[in-house]
Design a protein around this ligand. Sequence first.
Ligand code: ASP
Length: 438
Amino acid sequence: MSLKVLKFGGSSLADAEHFRAVANIIKAEPEVRRYVIASAPGKRNKSDIKVTDMLYDCYELAAHDNDISEIFGQIKDRYNSIIRDLGIELDLTEAFDKIEMSISHNAGRDYVASRGEYLNAMVLAKYLDFHFIDAKKCIFFKDDGTFDAERTNEVTREYLNKYEYAVIPGFYGSMPNGTIKTFSRGGSDITGSIVARAASATLYENWTDVSGFLMADPRCIENPKPISYITYKELRELSYMGATVLHEDAIFPVRYSKIPINIKNTNRPDDKGTFIVPQTDEVSEDVITGIAGKTGFSTITIEKDMMNAELGFGRRVLQVIEENGVSFEHFPSGIDTMSVICSTKELMPKRADILSGICKAVNPENIFVEENLALIAIVGRGMVKAKGTAARIFNSLANAGVNVRMIDQGSCELNIIVGVDANDYITALKAIYNEFVK
Ligand code: ASP
């Protein structure tokens, strides 16, 4: 029997009109769409402010002993106007008073932020006539602040067994001492995934304001093609390189029980959206699944004759970088040269220490740093089988006059990463996209 867990993002629950659209979606499959995760009200238009951001502002004001009544009043208005426009019988006065009082008495930052989803889930539960389950009772963190997956799964499962239809606020849970803790921003996606696992759902539908993932960033490529199927692994590669629609950590709970995720658009519910699946035989006609990239990288190049014969050379270089608290992204090497690629922002404050540390550790003939590197990841499960993918990438870049500064093919052949000068970034993205996408 199918069972779907649905998560609605802030833009899908920003006003009464969107609440109605959400209810229509749920009621279209009343037997199947039974568990719903709510975000806090998001932006109604470009200049609007998300309720979560207003709550963080309240927290800051209270922390500096300033009055919060004006901004808290605006938050109350947001909920009250939704309640009024929907015509439901719900009086949140008591809940508002309690929250306002807690904020004024310096309640924790996470508690304050979490109230956005708490209140919105109450409104949605009332509107749908579903049971409200407070996430603090079933989503748990450990004393060290990490997520307690097993206890959460057990308790959430018990709750879901008790209630056939429920709304659960996203984004937060509780610490062993009962205080509220949130996931990082956008964390309602994670709650949805946790609930999908606990419910043994057949599908986790993640409803947002776009019809799934696009093959490339629409700010760089005009009208990129949507992705129909993407595997968990491919998505990890793309989101690591900057493609964002779903919170990066949202994959883990469902990955565990192999539940597919469908990214859907609340404003265009008939669009198929993107399916994120454990694996699939469906291969895109384009060979590649997507392209993502980022600027802001630097390369440290170390040259020394006979480096390849020197035992422990690489380890000593990386140890210096680690001891300076900088993480490295890639590590391409040649016979007598080795490069380490790091984020420029992380590297710069430590640059002098790292260079002198490496000199001391391995005594190189030459060492230098080049900034302004952009990395582009070309990702696709189809690349394993298709011959000539690398040749096509490099030909397209050469034809566009782009010089390739670094190449790294992932060992699973799921991705090829190329480094180019940041000034060539957009040209390179376009060249690769046009080469592959029909
Ligand atoms: N409301 C939170 C945020 O804006 C969490 C979420 O929407 O997922 O980050």
